[in-house]
Design a protein around this ligand. Structure first.
Ligand code: DAH
Length: 336
């Protein structure tokens, strides 16, 4: 029995030295250390040995098992420290290019509009895109069932009173509800309309709203500010005109047009042959709106305006389809 132990010990030592893979290591374990392995079978044989020899032999076998386990553990640790699989490195491959992101053309246009108004003393405010009827319509002097509501192509949400705001004008109401006059702010943001989608109109777009309320604000303040904006944004040589129109929340109201910068006013596809492009709506805040927000309409007057950003961006970058702004195709966005 003694010699069998010594022999097994040598066998284990030789075989562990030849192990180079996890699979061989596992085979070694099964062969020597498992419950049906060579060492276990020697323990089985111990039962048939004379009682007087059992203690010494038992000690010897325990020692053999510990030694073999040690050989196994040592090999397992050394196999793990070798990386399992080396990815071969191909030094002839060209390097990977990293791409720099760019600012979305709508953000660039918005940034420019904001910086012009901020330089003229306007602050910036925003409001929720999910609105209620009161802020989107009622407090802006759209009476219930008034036909002007139909012009807005509203997306109503399942909660009867909730809707996606159709314009940024409700932010005027929210700001005036919170702040006493004077206020001088612009309110950029996203708005939603349930319109037929085409290259010229989309269900989502951006507007910039403006509001200035103080004592003694007049239409000439409106005109001075907006003409100054137009000259800074579109260029000082441009012709512009104000044309009377109707908005429920302003009185009097006007649309501002500039000469078409594609054809210089001669008439083209873009300006629908009339030489002018409408760029914003504006007017003096209707006293009814002041009543809704608790401003004293006898003391204060103000002007408001609103412009669509997408159309401006289309025109300035010569883009022919508004949907490109919302598809996030990097081949398009990379160009800006
Ligand atoms: N809310 C209007 C629209 O979406 C735009 C507008 C026109 C806003 C005149 C104003 C304004 O503040 O005074 O069509």
């Amino acid at each position: 029995m003694d010699s069998k132990v010594t022999q097994l010990r040598h066998q284990a030592e030789t075989e562990i030295a030849a192990v180079t893979t996890q699979q061989q290591l596992e085979e070694f374990r099964i062969k020597f250390l498992s419950r049906k392995g060579l060492i276990a079978s020697l323990f089985d044989a111990l039962r048939s040995v004379k009682p007087s020899e059992k203690p010494a032999l038992g000690r010897l076998l325990n020692e053999l098992r510990a030694h073999t386990q040690g050989l196994y553990d040592h090999k397992a640790a050394s196999l793990e420290s070798v990386p399992k699989r080396r990815t071969p490195m191909d030094l002839t491959l060209p390097g990977r290019r990293s791409y720099l992101g760019s600012k979305h053309p709508l953000s660039q246009t918005l940034d420019e509009i904001k910086s012009i108004f901020v330089s003229m003393g306007f602050g910036i405010a925003d409001g929720p895109e999910i609105e209620d009827d009161y802020h989107n319509f009622e407090a802006l002097n759209f009476p219930p069932n008034h036909p002007a509501r139909d012009t807005q192509d509203t997306f109503f949400l399942s909660d009867k009173n909730a809707l996606l705001r159709t314009h940024t004008s409700p932010v005027q109401i929210r700001v005036m509800e919170k702040h006493p006059p004077p206020v001088r702010i612009i309110m950029p943001g996203r708005v939603y309309r349930n319109e037929a989608i085409s290259s010229r109109s989309y269900c989502v777009f951006y507007q910039v709203e403006g509001l200035f309320v103080d004592r003694g604000v007049t239409f000439s303040d409106l005109k001075g500010t907006l003409v100054s904006f137009i000259k800074q944004f579109y260029g000082s040589g441009l012709k512009y005109k104000f044309r009377p129109t109707f908005f429920p929340f302003t009185e009097p109201s006007a649309d501002i047009y500039i000469t078409c910068f594609v054809c210089g006013g001669k008439g083209c596809k873009l300006c629908k042959q009339n030489g002018w492009l409408e760029i914003l709506g504006c007017g003096m805040v209707d006293p009814n709106v002041f009543r809704y927000v608790g401003y004293d309409a006898e003391k204060y007057t103000g002007y408001a305006f609103g412009m669509g950003v997408d159309r401006i961006a289309l025109l300035r970058y010569g883009i022919d389809d508004i949907r490109l702004f919302y598809e996030n195709d990097v081949r398009f966005l990379n160009q800006f």
